[in-house]
Design a protein around this ligand. Structure first.
Ligand code: AHM
Ligand code: MG
Length: 335
């Protein structure tokens, strides 16, 4: 069977009128940057890239050397192509402008350069997440407010998971497709067109150690899953938690499941752990395009009007019917 490279897939998407040449270039450049990150991640200790960078990011989190390196790789790869008006990163407090030496384009790129930081030094899967928005008409020097668009405005979203194999999962709003990196060829090859998430599941992903901090609807929902066959749900559930959102979401895209990072009482100033603009929104777009659902417990994540670049949000995503059940618990509790 003839292999379809990412380059060919994107050309065909352009011919089909799904993307234009600039967006194609943008995705190709992000994919190229992800190959460089994959290379650095896979070198591990031999590349001298493990351990703390000795700095902190805007979230108050200690940065790993690979967090910093991946951020640099993505910015350097994207700033010269003429396709971006600017980019924003989990590792940067403010949006990063395009240097004046380079032409500017119409797109805004948002990313979490290396998600799953706690897994970097222990050789467990990590990943890159990205989201593409259009820069508002007439804006040449975008500031944070220009990035504050709901997830429904995304033109493309994707993630790369650096696991046993490196895979890029992409949507431009016409289904969700997976590509596997052929390291010898140096190209991403289409390995699954139109991924579909099973609507029902018996598998959930949540950090159970936070249970004592959860709000009542969250607790009763999980208690009912734990009650298994003889409980109200009438079936046994299995649990998985990689603590890398990309890896957990990738498993759910592959075989179904529900991923939850709820709001809790640990820190009242933080409505959940995950970031809306470059974690929850792109993952929601990818999941919805694969037939899944994604809410913050009450409403569709992609319809939330963002108020801050680094805003956090509770996340319930995956198999459609299960996300509906979990969301119903929260809606009923709110009433
Ligand atoms: P990060 O962006 O600092 O890596 O944090 C996000 C990660 C997600 O990948 C993962 O789902 C979650 O944090 C794990 O959190 P916890 O360590 O609380 O289980
Ligand atoms: Mg992250």
């Amino acid at each position: 069977m003839k292999q379809v490279s990412l380059a060919r897939f994107l050309i065909e998407a352009q011919r089909a009128g799904q993307i234009n040449a600039d967006l194609r270039l943008l995705i190709e450049i992000v994919a190229r940057a992800c190959k460089a990150i994959s290379h650095a991640v896979s070198k591990g200790e031999l590349g001298g890239v493990l351990g703390d960078a000795g700095t902190g990011n805007i979230q108050g989190e200690a940065q790993k050397k690979l967090d910093v390196l991946s951020n640099e790789i993505l910015i350097e790869a994207n700033e010269w192509g003429g396709h971006l008006a600017g980019c924003a990163s989990e590792e940067e407090e403010h949006p990063v402008p395009i240097p004046n030496a380079f032409p500017k384009g119409n797109y805004l790129l948002l990313f979490d350069p290396l998600d799953g930081s706690s897994n970097i030094d222990v050789n467990i899967s990590v990943g890159t997440i990205f989201s593409v928005l259009r820069c508002p008409e007439g804006v040449t020097e975008p500031t944070a407010e220009h990035y504050l668009q709901p997830g429904t405005a995304q033109l493309a979203a994707g993630y790369t998971v650096y696991g046993p194999s490196t895979m890029l999962v992409l949507t431009v709003g016409h289904g969700t497709h997976a590509f596997t990196l052929d390291r010898e060829l140096g190209s991403f090859i289409l390995t699954e067109r139109d991924m579909r998430i099973p609507e029902d599941t018996k598998e959930f992903a949540i950090n159970m150690s936070n249970m004592r901090h959860w709000y009542p609807p969250m607790r009763s929902y999980i208690e009912e899953l734990l009650a298994g066959k003889t409980g109200p749900r009438g079936k046994d559930f299995n649990m998985r938690w990689v603590a890398s959102m990309v890896a957990d979401v990738h498993r759910i895209l592959s075989r179904g499941g529900i991923f939850i990072y709820p709001r809790d009482t640990k820190d009242a100033s933080k409505p959940g752990k995950l970031r809306l603009m470059y974690e929850a929104n792109p993952m929601s777009f990818i999941v919805e395009q694969a037939g899944g659902a994604s809410t913050n417990g009450l409403q569709r994540i992609m319809e939330i009007q963002p108020e801050e670049l680094h805003q956090r949000v509770p996340v319930f995503l995956g198999s459609k019917n299960e996300v509906e059940v979990a969301t119903r618990y929260h809606r009923e509790a709110q009433r």
